[in-house]
Write a protein that binds this ligand. Sequence first.
Ligand SMILES: N[C@@H](CCC(=O)N[C@@H](CS)C(=O)NCC(=O)O)C(=O)O
Length: 227
Amino acid sequence: MISLFDLAGADPALRFSPYCWRSKFALAHKGLAVDAQPWRFTEADRIAFSGQARVPLLQDGNTVVSDSWSIAVYLDRAYPDAPLFGGPHGQAHARFINAWADSVLVPGIATLIVRDLLDVVAEKDRAYFRSSREARFGRSLEDVQAGRETRVADFRATLTPLRVALQGRPWLGGAEPSYADHIVAGTLMWPRCVSSFATIAPDGPISEWFDRVLDLYDGFGRAATTV
Ligand SMILES: N[C@@H](CCC(=O)N[C@@H](CS)C(=O)NCC(=O)O)C(=O)O
């Protein structure tokens, strides 16, 4: 059985990491069963055997893989059925999507929901979450999130390439979903799970596509616990 250390909130059923969601969609795409174990920010000792301190962390027999991108590459090599990338060109293009998601999408969403996150993380994680994120932003979580109602328009404008790419097309992967879809949708699962604030516009190609992703794999994403 494959196992995955999966970031959880105070409610162990609340799983909200954008990177863990990428891996969980990839596993679901391949039809692989996974034991997704709840993990909290202050439990670095539980994953120290992997030589790093972040999740997702995948264990498959004797194989240990950290980092969502490396996990996707590993899964496609170890389980070639139901390809995630569709060959080296697809993998190279998905690499760009991954870089875009990490450098534009994640930071953009963070400024809209980071204070909401504090309300859902485990009690023992709260002080660490606040101090580590405030050090990263150089401001209080309240200051970072302030004004989101007006700032969200600028965030949505950064999604224009995504909107254009999805106009009239069902998936970023083309006719079928691929890991490119999982990267972006996994990232959008993060605000969906932890906040009632609408990061993406409620209509248009992006929300229509996200609705389709939520229905994939027997409604796996739609069934996720949210606040
Ligand atoms: N590049 C990594 C990023 C993983 C990551 O940053 N995970 C966060 C959870 S969303 C984490 O483990 N943070 C630990 C911490 O902040 O101490 C990936 O794609 O998996």
